[in-house]
Design a protein around this ligand. Structure first.
Ligand code: FES
Length: 154
C-alpha cells in the first residue's frame, strides 16, 4: 500500500483542523511545487504552544503531515516546535512516498511562519536564519528534506 495506516488515519480524521479567531501567531505558506496553501494558527502562553489549528488547500499528504505536526507541537515550548522538521513528521507518520515529501515541507514551514508572526507581533528578537524567507536556494545548505523533496520528483 502506498500510504501508511497513520497517514490514512490523519488524512481521514485530521487533528486540529480549522481556524482560530484569537490566534497569537498566523503563518501562511505556499508550496512552490504544486501551488497549494497552508495556514497555521498558534496560541501561545508563557512560551508554550497551548493550542494550534491549521487549514489548507493542500492534498491528502499535506493534510496528514500538518495534522501530525500540530499534534507534535501542541503543549510544547516554542523552541521545540522550531526544531520540528518535516522529516520527523514524515517518520512519525510511518513514511510518505518520495513524490509526496514536498507536501510535508508545507507543514514545517507553516509552523515556523506562525512562530515568526508571533515573534513579530510581540517584538521578540530572533535569528532570521531559522525562518524560511521563500528563498529555497538558501535552504539547500540546511539538512532537511527540502532540496531532496524537490529534486527527487519528476
Ligand atoms: Fe501540494 Fe501535496 S500536492 S501539498
Amino acid at each position: 500500500m502506498l500510504y501508511s495506516k497513520e497517514v490514512m488515519d490523519h488524512f481521514e480524521n485530521p487533528r486540529n483542523i480549522g481556524k482560530m479567531a484569537d490566534a497569537d501567531g498566523i503563518g501562511e505558506v505556499g508550496n512552490a511545487k504544486c501551488g497549494d496553501i497552508m495556514k497555521m494558527y498558534i496560541k501561545v502562553e508563557n512560551d508554550i504552544i497551548v493550542d494550534v489549528k491549521f487549514n489548507t488547500f493542500g492534498c491528502g499528504s499535506a493534510i496528514a503531515t500538518s495534522s501530525m505536526a500540530t499534534e507534535m507541537i501542541k503543549g510544547k515550548p516554542i523552541s521545540e516546535a522550531l526544531e520540528l522538521s518535516n522529516k520527523a513528521v514524515v517518520e512519525a507518520l510511518g513514511g510518505l512516498p518520495p513524490a509526496k515529501l514536498h507536501c510535508s515541507v508545507l507543514a514545517e514551514e507553516a509552523v515556523k511562519a506562525a512562530i515568526k508572526d508571533y515573534y513579530d507581533k510581540n517584538g521578540i528578537a530572533y535569528d532570521a536564519e531559522q525562518f524560511c524567507d521563500g528563498n529555497c536556494a538558501a535552504c539547500h545548505a540546511h539538512d532537511h528534506e527540502h532540496a531532496h523533496g524537490h529534486a527527487e520528483e519528476e
